[in-house]
Write a protein that binds this ligand. Structure first.
Ligand code: GLP
Length: 245
């Protein structure tokens, strides 16, 4: 596992964006695995800047997002489709037809999971997958206890994850209780994985990721079995590791 410790959030975001730009320059039809949440926002801002400054051309890339809330339509401001369109896609030269996100507003949830796993196999796997991490070690929406063998599936969100994400909603009651997420096995299909973490809130999870064993109760630990994983964190997220080491 490569570990890069950036001084702060800005430096972490710039480094992540440069890695993606290099990947796209090397392979213009790159498949990018993308994540939502507060953490990658800075990376997306930098990518938009990179596009404006002619460092990146997204015309031929395809994207596969990790997850989506069940019950939210793509136009819902808290849906992950809306998030990606408004924080990245609308500002770069990407064809929306080349962007893939699970469809959460359906009754046919099992069918949607199968369809999405097929998308990953047909279009992917991602050459580079960007990941965030939840305080409880979740990746995508794979909560503690998820099988490392899982493919795209429906999850019941834990109260702690709903609370952590409630800041984006009017109030807790509007936070969906279920989501569709790429499974652990689907995520591990990616050729290269870059996990971002920023801030003290993530320090315990980063400590456990670096020093702990493979453990289904801590989904991010599954990444330890992948042979090309980079942990790109800022000093605050790395704090506890340094204190012990
Ligand atoms: C959500 C997303 C994850 C993300 C996590 C952390 O649960 N499904 O993909 O990594 O939140 O979010 P944040 O970056 O806002 O801390």
């Amino acid at each position: 596992m490569n570990v890069i410790v950036a001084r702060n959030y800005e430096e972490m975001s710039q480094t992540a964006s440069r890695m993606i730009e290099e990947q796209i320059t090397k392979k213009p039809d790159t498949v990018l695995g993308l994540a939502t949440g507060g953490t990658p926002l800075g990376t997306y801002k930098e990518l938009i800047k990179g596009y404006k400054e002619d460092r990146a051309d997204f015309r031929h890339i395809r994207t596969i997002n990790l997850d989506e809330y069940v019950g939210l339509a793509p136009e819902h401001p808290q849906s992950y489709r809306y998030f990606m369109n408004h924080h990245l896609f609308q500002f770069i030269n990407i064809d929306l037809e080349h962007t893939h996100i699970p469809f959460g507003k359906t009754e046919e949830l099992e069918q949607e999971c199968k369809r999405y796993e097929n998308v990953i196999d047909r279009i992917g796997p991602p050459d580079l997958q960007l990941l965030g991490i939840g305080e409880n070690g979740h990746i995508g929406f794979n909560e503690p206890g998820t099988s490392f063998d899982s493919e795209t599936h429906i999850v019941h969100l834990t109260e702690s994850t709903r609370e952590a994400n409630a800041r984006f909603f009017e109030s807790m009651e509007y936070v969906p209780t279920k989501a569709i997420t790429m499974g652990i096995r689907s995520i591990l299909k990616s050729r290269k994985i870059v996990l971002l973490a920023s801030g003290e809130r993530k320090a315990e999870a980063i400590l456990r990721l670096i020093q702990g064993e493979l453990d289904e109760q801590f989904p991010a630990s599954s990444l330890k079995s992948h042979d090309d994983i980079t942990l790109l964190v800022d000093e605050d997220a790395y704090k506890k590791v340094q204190r012990k080491g």
